[in-house]
Design a protein. Structure first.
Lengths: 207, 207, 207, 207
DNA sequence: AATGAATGAGACTTCATTCAT
DNA sequence: GATGAATGAAGTCTCATTCAT
């Protein structure tokens, strides 16, 4: 999905170039789905999405034959965006700060995914690949940030990227009426536990 | 619900004693619902529950007029059981151990509640009270364990019971194919971050 | 039903005297049904009736095995009361007045029977006898009033009691938001059409 | 609804032309509903209607989201047809005859509406507009016929169109086993009461 | 005789997915 | 390719009637 020019909605299979209007429809659908998912969760009726996108249901099913295909596409797209943000942060900030910023970015992404966890829960084989995709993309991104921070002595290397990834995903999944900052505070507390005994002053996380 | 002899299914309103067979049915329904919820989430069709309980749908709706009433009853019941476990643990173990054990107990409860978080998410006003109930019951139980551990110098007092409660709830909500121990490890990591700088050896949590 | 001492609810079959509490329950049920029918029509859930009567549903079904039995009992009872009112009116008033008063009485009865017409409509064989009962009881009562009025020269004899009976029943069945007087006005207009050409001044009906 | 070419089922909102098959389905549904309503009343299960129409239930709910929408559509359609018949009758017949014919037409329409009155009774806000619609459409039609007849000296002007409309509606609502002519006879009797004293010979109503 | 708990058929309605236009 | 109408399975809930207590 990170390739914006040749992929198709359903998995970069077709060699043929997509018609411009078709591509526009796919864009509208992804955008609409992202919005609606954030508002009402991934279980919304398809009609709600197509109405917002301004297309017919048929168009949705043409591009995303299974409902899960749409969910996957939306998520993967944001996973890509999240992974892509890591290098820039690493270049611009000190290792601890870069890590913190990126985790915030991740938290923000997760926070808009009401029902996403439930979808993963669902056992629906359609989502089988999603968890792997997430790890495949975000694992290295986070791993690299962690390594840099560890090398700089700002973090003890005691959590795997995977562990941390899931922890953020879970802690930041929003509950209704939850203090907006809650997820980030907990992530900070978690990472804070990883600081070397004598370097807390250097860490960007609230104590 | 903590009173096992006089409560009614819908909130201990009726003064009249419940008929024995009726009570048995309510028991069956709660038990069946608990089982099915753990297996298939809280969104299972009602029929699945009543079939397992061996009663007709009508009986379900007599005792739990809204589907949410059943969910609430099941959860509240387990919340009660969880809260009730705290004093015994406190009496039998050293403060740090008692805290650790109780958090494990909490984690186990949460682990069987697929879709419970989603239900809280749902915005359905039917669940409005549930979150409050949870805090009301478990907050003091955890608070007392935390206080004791803090007083014993085994914990720094830096998380509120509520923060910790939600963190456990979120970290331990099970994802498919997740390493079974994951939630507990993360909780340990979190609490570990709260140990006083020089007493890590005393703590029961894995490092 | 006009015999208040030996009949049973379901048709004066049993020779055995009814237990006092049983009789009281039947009374409560009939009274409650009458009230509820007037308010919400004859299709109300049985529970609504038994709750108002302060008895269990089982009691309802003991005395009125078919739902239609209850409806019939309620209606028949009021039909009886209506028929019984005729002689007194005839004794106390001039023929035209007596007729007018009695038709008002009939109109008032009909006005409280929302859904009664629909029940007759229903084609349910359970109601087969009801229409006949109505005619059998009210026909003679009205016939006698009509005859007297005709003999007194206050009415031309051009409608059968049956025709008039049904006309009143239909015109007075209440519609929502209907001017309360509507039924009576129309009945008056109808009967007015029956006056002898030169005696309009003597008639009690509004012109 | 009186426009047979561009209206939609739910109120002539959409500017877009209805697909031919969709229109055919709506027609089938209205036709089937009309038939079934006449036979079994307006409370029949939806399935019965869709089976007769040869469409799925979903189609019914697409075009008539509320059950009351279907009832309203059926009734309004026939109200329109009834109102539309007035001018032709007025053009072809003498005033008294035209009035009589039209009332017969109205009576015939009402006679097929078992349960229609009950629906109006129901208090369901969904039917709020229906009574008004009826008056709005039929009131002027009848008013004009009455005025013409009055001007011709064939009728004394003493009933409002509304009064007469409702009287016909009520008198002609069919009861089971009722003499088929009953409603029309009563309407005739009613209108007959309105004739001028010396012109009875001119009137088309049976005496 | 009274009670009210249990039953389960059946009504309504929604919505994912297919397919004619 | 796009559209949205059609489908019907599936789920929730109601309520008349039966029957154990």
């Amino acid at each position: 999905m990170s390739d914006g020019t040749t992929g198709t909605a359903t998995g970069a299979r077709a060699p043929r170039r997509m018609r411009t209007d078709a591509r526009r429809n796919v864009e509208s659908l992804l955008e609409a789905a992202k919005t609606v998912f954030a508002t009402s969760g991934v279980d919304v009726p398809a009609k709600e999405i197509t109405d917002l996108a301004g297309v017919g249901v048929g168009t949705l099913y043409r591009h995303f034959p299974q409902r899960s295909d749409l969910i996957k596409a939306v998520i993967e797209r944001e996973i890509d965006a999240c992974a892509d943000a890591a290098p820039a942060l690493a270049a611009e900030h000190k290792p601890g700060i870069a890590l913190a910023r990126w985790l915030d970015r991740l938290a923000a992404f997760v926070a808009t995914k009401r029902g996403f966890a439930a979808a993963l829960h669902s056992g629906d084989p359609a989502f089988d690949g999603l968890s792997g995709y997430l790890m495949e993309k975000l694992g290295p991104a986070l791993g690299s940030l962690l390594d840099t921070a560890t090398a700089a002595g700002e973090i003890r290397a005691e959590v795997s990227p995977q562990d941390l990834l899931y922890a953020v995903a879970k802690l930041c999944a929003p509950l209704p009426d939850e203090e907006p900052d809650y997820g980030r505070r907990m992530v900070a507390l978690l990472v804070d536990g990883l600081r070397p005994a004598d370097s807390s002053a250097d860490l960007p996380f609230a104590r």
